[in-house]
Design a protein around this ligand. Structure first.
Ligand code: CTP
Length: 409
């Protein structure tokens, strides 16, 4: 799911390594995330791999290589970029570029621009051959850079490299770069600093037989949006998700697809959490005597079929029973009827939740599976707050600001 980067303007600095070609894809992906603008700059060596025209055409902004370039007002470009963009993304950062950045060099447009971002975020995305990556000089430069409060390094992953070797040095997945960009530019970056949070997401999947499952329409988008937002606001996040394809994130992601597996994962981590947000749509039922190795068979001429279900554990209620006095337990309620408060309040009290986020799943285009939603926040004293209809990432921010106001000391 996309990070909401609509208000973010970035300078994209491209270094001279083979991963320079990925800067093109990065621009396209960033545009899919709705980024406000991308201003490309290049090192002289990067032109061996990519041209300014390619980057300019994709970014729809001039792509500059000249250290002495001026902007349209006559301001030196390396200074103007720090004035008008929110963050500098260096992609790919070569070993040479890391050495120059770590030692304060200003010998080309990329390094001089980095020097002007002293009080603004810089995201460094290294990519190089494994042996270069493991070189002690490179690692020492990286440590120096990471020690700077405004610098975030998005580390390379392991994989097949352009040179044909396999190992660390592969440019990080774009998702992790956007996650970092969203975090370093977040207006409430430290609101949840150090708060340990656990979020559940997705619709659980109960096996019926070897081929069939019982599940629901939840996509997991709201839970992931809450986890992303908490991470961006400084929380220490664990996401327990039933999604078939869990998101790629820098925080801990655990896949648990049945209610029983989710219960084990969540209860095992519950005691150490300050906040638990139960956004997952947990199946209330599981098949009695399900056999994961066989297929349920019908008889010839059979016209109906009966299955017997057991009730699954209610994870939220179990969490409510062992909730510490200062632990915040956020429950959700998927309802088709949300006008009457009394039954919702009864659910909140029965599960001992600190607040219930009520989702009207009967409204077409909202809630289950969609990109937008609206929630009613219900507190134990019976007071309610209604959110506007918002895209899920913005709704997550709206809800967390409201909850922080009430529960964060
Ligand atoms: N929940 C849970 N374990 C279950 C069922 C629900 O932890 N077996 C949690 C959900 O994650 C959610 C909250 O309970 O936070 C409410 O879910 P909902 O489906 O609205 O409520 P139910 O308890 O299943 O009640 P209902 O009978 O109205 O479906």
């Amino acid at each position: 799911m996309a990070f909401p980067l609509q208000s973010i303007h970035i300078t994209l600095a491209v270094g001279g390594g083979i991963a320079a070609y990925k800067a093109c894809d990065f621009i396209r992906e960033a545009q899919r995330h709705g980024i406000a603008s991308i201003h490309p700059i290049l090192t002289p060596d990067s032109q061996q791999f990519i041209t300014p025209l390619t980057l300019a055409s994709l970014a729809m902004q001039p792509a500059t290589i000249d250290s002495f370039a001026l902007d349209e007002r006559g301001v030196p470009l390396h200074i103007a970029l720090a004035q008008k963009t929110d963050a500098l993304v260096i992609l790919p950062a070569t070993a040479n570029l890391l050495a120059k950045l770590a030692n304060g060099f200003g010998d080309n447009l990329v390094t001089t621009t980095a020097l002007t971002f002293t009080n603004k975020p810089i995201i460094i995305v290294p990519a190089m051959n494994t042996r270069m990556w493991e070189n002690p000089f490179v690692q020492e430069n990286l440590r120096k850079l990471e020690a700077q409060p405004n610098i975030t390094c998005v580390m390379p992953s392991a994989g097949l490299l352009a040179c044909g070797e396999t190992g660390a040095g592969h440019l990080a997945p774009y998702t992790l770069i956007f996650e970092a960009l969203y975090k370093v530019t977040h207006p409430h970056a430290n609101l949840f600093k150090g708060v340990k949070t656990l979020v559940t997401a997705g619709g659980t999947i109960e096996p019926l037989d070897v081929a069939r499952v019982l599940t629901n329409r939840s996509s997991g988008k709201m839970g992931v949006a809450l986890a992303d937002e908490l991470h961006a606001m400084g929380a220490m996040v664990t996401l327990v998700t039933a999604q078939s394809e869990p998101p790629v994130r820098s925080y801990r992601v655990i896949q648990a697809q049945t209610a029983e597996k989710m219960k084990t994962a969540v209860l095992g981590l519950a005691d150490e959490q300050d906040w638990i947000l139960k956004a997952a749509a947990v199946s209330d039922f599981k098949l009695q005597d399900s056999n994961p190795h066989q297929k349920l068979k019908k008889q010839p001429n059979q016209t109906s079929y009966s299955l017997t279900f057991d009730l699954n554990p209610d994870i939220l209620a179990l969490l409510g029973q062992k909730k510490r006095p200062n632990q915040v337990l956020v429950g959700f309620a998927a309802e088709t009827e949300t006008a009457e408060i009394a039954p919702l309040l009864e659910k909140l009290n029965r599960k001992n939740a600190s607040v219930l986020l009520v989702n009207n799943v009967a409204t077409t285009g909202l809630g289950f599976g969609s990109d937008e939603n609206q929630l009613k926040l219900l507190y134990p004293d019976g007071t309610t707050e209604e959110t506007p209809i918002l895209p899920k990432p913005l709704l997550a921010r709206h809800v967390l600001l409201a909850l922080a106001h009430r529960f964060l000391k």
